[in-house]
Design a protein around this ligand. Structure first.
Ligand SMILES: Nc1ncnc2c1ncn2[C@@H]1O[C@H](COP(=O)(O)OP(=O)(O)OP(=O)(O)O)[C@@H](O)[C@H]1O
Ligand SMILES: [Mg+2]
Length: 259
């Protein structure tokens, strides 16, 4: 069991005086579910970019099992908010891309891609062009591309923000199913309080100026799903509703339009 650690991370961009992130400390165990909620501009994407190795912090380090990481590697895979797909490749080739550039034999690639597409429910559109897919299907291709890597840590930046409520709930179920079956770790940024409550064992609340962690909640709604309860039943549970409303009133104060 490995652990990805953001070890007292701080970041100040060279062009700025004030820090974007200050003393962020976070331990993500493999097989865990962590979600981040916070007002726009508080540094969530920047934190994810640092965890992924795309951005270096000014202070602190990213550690994998106590060893410093420098830059991206196979331990972490990212799903972006925008579908970062190649429009000139079909579904199957988009998913296969990272394996093909590693010169893995085409028979092995074919089998892996078919397996992953089945897991995310896209096996029937393997040959389709990207522009023929719905928003939810495109996001599934993005997830399939991350899943085809051996990464233990999946980092997702508001992956379902553009989806309608029904598709969004299907995707939440997909994340929970993947977490239960594949035992990968998910680190997810969202603006949706219900999603944050459902998809986390640890819910992290951030505030801005400087971006910092102001609250951590330990939750077990995801464990109830793992134990067989369905999502609608969990979301309509009085305890879930009470927490949702408490968080809503707490965060609406932070998220008020700043003029
Ligand atoms: N390369 C950069 N150079 C300078 N400032 C930057 C850079 N990238 C981000 N910022 C600033 O850092 C702050 C945090 O941005 P970030 O994108 O991490 O916020 P966020 O919490 O993800 O917001 P949102 O919820 O709107 O996606 C913002 O004030 C942004 O303008
Ligand atoms: Mg962001």
């Amino acid at each position: 069991m490995s652990t990805l650690t953001a070890n007292h991370i701080g970041l100040t961009f060279p062009t700025q005086i004030h820090p974007i992130l200050e003393d962020i400390h976070l331990e993500i165990a493999s097989g865990s579910l962590t979600t981040v909620l916070g007002e726009s501009g508080c540094g969530k994407t920047t934190l994810l970019n640092i965890l992924a190795g795309f951005q270096s912090p000014t202070t602190g380090q990213i550690l994998l099992d106590h060893q410093p990481l420098h830059g991206p590697d196979a331990s972490r895979a990212v799903v972006f908010q925008e579908h970062a797909l190649f429009p000139w490749l079909n579904v199957q080739d988009n998913v296969a891309f990272s394996l093909e550039i590693q010169k893995i034999p085409s028979k092995v690639v074919e089998e892996k891609v078919a397996h992953i597409l089945k897991i995310v429910g896209l096996d029937h559109v393997a040959q389709s062009n990207i522009w023929e897919l719905s928003g939810g299907m495109k996001q599934r291709v993005g997830i399939a591309r991350a899943l085809i890597s051996p990464a233990a840590f999946m980092l997702l930046d508001e992956p379902f923000a553009a989806l309608d409520a029904f598709t969004r709930e299907n995707m939440q179920q997909l994340v929970l199913d993947l977490w239960v079956k594949q035992k990968r770790s998910f680190f997810l940024i969202t603006h949706d309080i219900e999603e944050a409550l459902l998809l986390s064992e640890t819910l992290i609340i951030m505030q801005a100026r400087p971006g910092r962690i102001t609250k951590r909640l330990t939750l077990d709604f995801s464990h109830r799903y793992r134990d067989g309860e369905n999502i609608r039943s969990i979301k309509s549970d009085p305890q879930f509703i009470e927490l949702r409303e408490a968080l809503f009133s707490e965060l609406s104060h932070d998220m008020e339009l700043k003029i």
